[in-house]
Design a binder for this molecule. Structure first.
Ligand SMILES: NC(=O)c1ccc[n+]([C@@H]2O[C@H](COP(=O)([O-])OP(=O)(O)OC[C@H]3O[C@@H](n4cnc5c(N)ncnc54)[C@H](OP(=O)(O)O)[C@@H]3O)[C@@H](O)[C@H]2O)c1
Length: 143
């Protein structure tokens, strides 16, 4: 039987940013890191995602997966951010996260991916006691 905490739904923003907070260029992701794609799939699989005009039913966790306009629209409702730091400065990037998008959030987990990527997990300040944080991390629901 799954722990009860799995039933708690949260709205989670998931994003990859370069060192200047760039997220896109010419309508595409300006990098290809298979470690991050794998992490993204494992994390979001089986959950609802919100992107562009597509919003799936609100079950389990809901992941807001961008782009910039979508992140901006959902920012007030986002409980957690999962942020992959891309060790690049993308020349000519045209889409960025707002400088303050993590304001009011605190990091509670740091994960190292392959390809030298780091993922930081944030939640709203004071939202949970320390003891519950690990159980609130959205495990993927594959299989
Ligand atoms: N690095 C990352 O993690 C990441 C993640 C996702 C995307 N990206 C990048 O971000 C860039 C795209 O971002 P963007 O800001 O141009 O576009 P976007 O946020 O992806 O929005 C796409 C479209 O969704 C519709 N939309 C936006 N807000 C809406 C709302 N509140 N209600 C209904 N529809 C809404 C709009 O369609 P209409 O114009 O038809 O109204 C908009 O053009 C791309 O380069 C992409 O690769 C990066």
């Amino acid at each position: 039987m799954k722990p009860e905490t799995n039933l708690i739904m949260s709205i989670i923003g998931i994003v990859a940013i370069d060192q200047n907070l760039a997220i896109g260029k010419g309508g595409k992701l300006p990098w290809h890191y298979s470690a991050d794609m794998k992490f993204f799939k494992e994390t979001t699989l089986g959950n609802a995602v919100v992107m562009g005009r597509v919003a799936r039913s609100l079950t389990r966790h809901t992941f807001v997966i961008g782009g910039a306009k979508i992140y901006e629209s959902f920012q007030p409702h986002i409980d957690k951010w999962i942020v992959t730091e891309i060790p690049l400065v993308v020349a000519g990037a045209d889409t960025f996260m707002p400088a303050n998008f993590l304001e009011g959030f605190e990091m509670y987990e740091l994960r190292q991916l392959d390809d030298g990527l780091r993922v930081k997990f944030y939640e709203r300040e004071g939202s949970l006691p320390n003891s519950r944080r690990s159980t609130m991390y959205p495990k993927h629901h594959a299989g």
